[in-house]
Write a protein that binds this ligand. Structure first.
Ligand SMILES: Nc1ncnc2c1ncn2[C@@H]1O[C@H](COP(=O)(O)OP(=O)(O)OP(=O)(O)O)[C@@H](O)[C@H]1O
Ligand SMILES: [Mg+2]
Length: 480
């Protein structure tokens, strides 16, 4: 019936032998299951009856799916499957499911049948239970804490989903499918791994025993349409005045660092800022996982690479950066500076690649500078602190702070200029910031953006380049 994708010498599928799972699956409805259990032992019935109906239905579909998945893998010709269209494959799966259910005399209602077919399709072609979440555009992050708990982040808020894996083995199989596709391996001796999914999403997994209660997976979904400056202004991440200031800063080639905590919107901000770069500039980007989507024509993208299983083949961000300097860039954008590449980044910023940008993990501009100092110290550079600071202060012009506030909103909470050195200390001035005033009863933050009243150190530079910002930008705004 579905010969096209069936293996030429298809033997009787594994499901032909009755198994425990199939026997279980034969019990058509939860009520029937309860009846069977009641007959078997009253104690068991007491356990079954109060069980959540929905949960049982899901378990049953889960069991069927597992069984059918095995049948599918046995009977489908995987090579032919690669060229099959989606419709063909869905039809094929539907046909196999029908035959299987008929053979086993299992009655499923239309809705359950549809769920089963969709889940099977996701298992065969994609990432099983994760597939629905990956396709859901409202989901930003997917966080798996063992097989039974999947959280997602929607609109800045973490929510527990009702999607689960069948068990740890199922979860491990999906993890394995992802990492083996990129030529990596994850197991007890190699318990964590970074990878990029086919759609560009960033993926990290850690497996037991390091992950104590089951594998941990974090996925940062790739947004096809990255939030642009206008979107961020619309979302209240910053104001139009701030956007005008940032445009002047980026266009006049200030060196910018975006600082922020995990998931605070650093990469998004960096990407949006890059839209202010002129189209005729040659930009090189260096990232661990390529997330940036630059709109310019002249862009060279690099992705660093961790060592392989034998500990070989590493290409560090620093290697990329050193090489980038030989590739005649006008600007260099480093996705995140977190290690020894800081030295080359600062050097690049100091030596003719002004207008370069990166992000760092820090909670304020001042904290960001300390992070840079620490990274330099960790890189084994023996330089007096004053010299380190002077290097930083002449390299970095601007620190933009991205924050994820407690109500889930993401905002640019500060724009701070580095103006030079005063004695041993780096001098900075905050130009614009987000002023918090309180909290609504439903825990939404009340606040507004305001200038601090300090005029930009670079105002003259902006003017010379044709970005004559109105003085009003620097005037503080009173709380409404
Ligand atoms: N202002 C915003 N409003 C709404 N969503 C946002 C905003 N900024 C970023 N996001 C979303 O938040 C998520 C995290 O953003 P992003 O990847 O930029 O953070 P990050 O600080 O770079 O994270 P990480 O530390 O993991 O690298 C993304 O899905 C992004 O689309
Ligand atoms: Mg990031």
């Amino acid at each position: 019936m579905f010969s096209k994708y069936k293996k030429p010498s298809a033997t009787a599928p594994a499901a032909a032998q009755p198994s425990k799972v199939t026997e279980l699956a034969k019990v058509a409805t939860p009520e029937a299951a309860a009846k069977v259990a009641r007959k078997a032992s009253p104690a068991a019935a007491a356990q079954v009856v109060p069980m959540d109906k929905e949960r049982k239905r899901k378990d049953r579909i889960g069991d069927l799916k597992l069984e059918l998945h095995r049948v599918l893998l046995d009977s489908l010709n995987l090579a032919a499957l690669e060229n099959a269209s989606e419709t063909e494959l869905r039809q094929e799966i539907q046909a196999i499911t029908s035959e299987f259910l008929e053979e086993k005399a299992i009655i499923l209602n239309r809705e359950d049948r549809q769920i089963l077919n969709k889940e099977l399709y996701d298992e065969v072609t994609g990432l099983g239970p994760l597939e629905t979440l990956l396709q859901d555009d409202s989901v930003n992050d997917i966080l798996v804490n063992g097989p039974q708990q999947i959280f997602v982040e929607r609109a800045g808020k973490l929510q527990l989903t009702d999607i689960t894996f069948k068990d740890e083995r199922h979860l491990l199989r999906i993890i394995d499918k992802i990492v083996s596709a990129v030529g990596r391996r994850v197991d007890e001796s190699n318990p964590y791994v970074d990878a990029r999914l086919k759609d560009g999403s960033r993926f990290n997994a850690m497996v037991p025993p390091v992950a104590v209660d089951g594998s941990l997976v974090s996925i940062r979904k790739f947004k096809k349409d990255k939030l642009g400056i206008d979107d961020l202004v619309d979302f209240g991440a910053f104001t139009e005045e701030m956007a005008a200031y940032l445009q002047a800063a980026v266009a006049t080639r200030l060196n910018v660092i975006v600082s922020g905590g995990t998931g605070s919107g650093k990469t998004t901000t960096l990407n949006a800022l890059s839209s202010f770069i002129d189209n005729d500039e040659r930009i090189l980007t260096i990232e661990d996982t390529a997330e940036l989507q630059l709109q310019q024509t002249h862009v060279g993208r690099m992705e660093s690479r961790p060592p392989n299983v034998e500990g070989k083949g590493e290409v560090s961000p620093r290697d990329c950066l050193k090489n980038a300097l030989r590739m005649r860039p006008d600007r260099i954008i480093v996705g995140e500076t977190r290690g020894e590449e800081v030295i080359d980044m600062l050097q690049a910023m100091n030596t003719g690649h002004d207008g370069s940008m990166t992000t760092i993990h820090a909670n304020s501009a001042r904290d960001g500078v300390s992070r840079l100092e620490n990274m330099i110290a960790m890189a084994g550079i023996e330089m007096p602190l004053k010299a380190v600071r002077s290097q930083i202060s002449s390299a970095v012009n601007l620190i933009v702070q991205a924050s994820r506030l407690q109500d889930g909103s993401r905002r640019m909470t500060s724009i701070t200029e580095i103006t030079g050195m005063e004695g041993d200390v780096i001098s900075m001035q905050e130009i614009l910031r987000y002023q918090r005033v309180g909290l609504t009863p439903d825990n939404k933050i009340i606040g507004h953006f305001t200038a601090t009243g300090v005029r930009s150190h670079y105002a003259e530079r902006f003017r010379m380049w044709g970005y004559d910002l109105p003085a009003a930008i620097y005037e503080p705004v009173a709380a409404q």
